[in-house]
Design a protein around this ligand. Sequence first.
Ligand code: ADP
Ligand code: MG
Length: 630
Amino acid sequence: MSNIIQLLPDNVANQIAAGEVVQRPASVVKELLENAIDAGATEIQLIVKEAGQTLIQVIDNGKGMSTTDARLSLERHATSKIRKAEDLFHLSTMGFRGEALASIVAVAQCEIKTKREEDELGTLIQIEGSETKKQEPCAGEKGTSISVKNLFFNLPARRKFLKSNAVERRHIIDQFERIAIIYPKIRFLFFNDEIKLFHLDPGTLRQRIVAVFGKNYNDRLVPIEEETSLVYLHGFVSKPEFAKKKKDGQFLFVNGRFIKSNYLHHGILAAYSELIPNGVHPSYFIHLECNPESIDVNIHPTKTEIKFEDERSIYAIIRSAVKKALGEHNIAPTIDFNRETVFDDLPQNKSLVQPSIKINSNFNPFESNTDGMSNSNHPNNSFSKTVTKNYQKNWESLINKNTELEQQDLALDDDNDRFSISGQAENQIQKSDLDNTLTENRKDQNRVFQIHGKYILSPIKSGLLVIDQRRAHERVLYERNLKTLALHQGASQKNLFPATFDFSQNDSVLLNELSSELHLLGFEFEEFGDNSFIFRGLPVEVAQENCKELIDEILQSFKENEQNLELKSHVNIAFSLAQKESRCLNKILSNEECTALIDRLFGCENPHTTVSGKSIISTLSLDELNSKFT
Ligand code: ADP
Ligand code: MG
């Protein structure tokens, strides 16, 4: 029998290798950006069309390639970065395997233009599925531009496996952020479907984080820095009070490379234990710089997992550095964080205090209500105490006509609700006086009038209380939603027949982004192909609604609120749902319903203003009434 083993032709071998390196458009983005960085670029442009399916182009002003190098760079195992096996242990570049370009050109239609400073003319190469179509000299600036068109054009099965454009775009943005953050000295421009998504000017790490994640990060970050013989660790971690439901904003880098490590992630979380409740996550941007000899990057084709020689020590160092940073933040909360290395100013041997945050995870604004909306299965609980405290405090402020002051005080906390639920201004009246006044007001409050299905009036000692019914509902439902998010208590009602709906590209990106919050609130859905979603359940309170309209309205409100009020996403979604729900509650209410609403409103943290800052309550004093009859 003749021999049957054959060497695979190069293009087939390259396609197989491409399976490991090029899983999706985002992998191409990563490899091209890394090459541009290795080439010493100070400015890098990323151009993406249709989530990378039609075009991914990276233009850099790095050192460029000679004609021979440009040809060679497309071969497998062709690299300028290592020469011998030992070099693997002294890596100072992102790439070294010499297989990225070979893999990319095996599965796409590519054009490479490159020129070195010293050459008069550059080189242009067109190559499709590893087959060179054109090579010629070309004019141009120093640097390299690589365009990757129609990814997987020759592998229809792989193309079919790609997720929706929204999902692939998200992956691309993630990859871009992972690189852009840790190279703040490099200018990055990112055009997505001809729209400039990012323009990042050179700056410090803090400036880069803020440029990528938004201005509100500036107040959230605590610098962290530690130098040991094993590793130099620096970066930022988020203050515990800004921990989020979403796990985004968690970045660990080793020698300029984004890495994933559950073990070290755990070390960081361990430093936050007792500072944040379960289910919320801190953000961190931590760079570990160590001797390349002490790590092995070569254990994973995409190099996102690495092996440390002494992982346990690194774990301990990270944990204690984060703890120290949080402790110092707590003793010196007003230090100027715009400086990069604030630690220099602090006394070295000052004893550190563990920061502490009080969270009343038992908060339930509806404990005192009787309409079945409450979740009152906590027998001997502190819920009712909190509500009573709010109730007393709120009545008191009304009675004392301190409303304005209190409003300022309370309105502040919309942004921080989850953490400030129990920590508001204290009673200032003698308690016995207050109790008497309250009893009297409660009696009066039972006399309520509703006018035009819009306002609720109730006599109080000093005159007349006027409540905007819709806004009151909105506030009550908003605080309930926030609590549901904080305590994971959303109840969902299963639809009898699951329904599938199509959404615009933008809305499906948004639905994916908000999916964890929406699930917590009781929406049950999953993505089902290109921009369509299958809904299986809705929150019990809105289960009767037309599902598509409901979701559209909530997303619309969310977008408007995002533009008009700078709300955190969990606050925004809680508010958007409350806005939608309260619109349906503008109707004639029974006396009992009116009283229940007033009770619930006064059990709120802030009964005075809506999230958007509008008044919910107004009082007409006896004097004002009298003055109308003089
Ligand atoms: P690796 O980065 O692992 O060496 P690649 O396939 O990504 O392998 O790149 C092969 C070689 O092509 C690199 O070693 C480098 O010499 C060259 N190269 C790739 N991209 C660029 C670029 N943007 N500018 C200059 N040289 C580049
Ligand atoms: Mg490379």
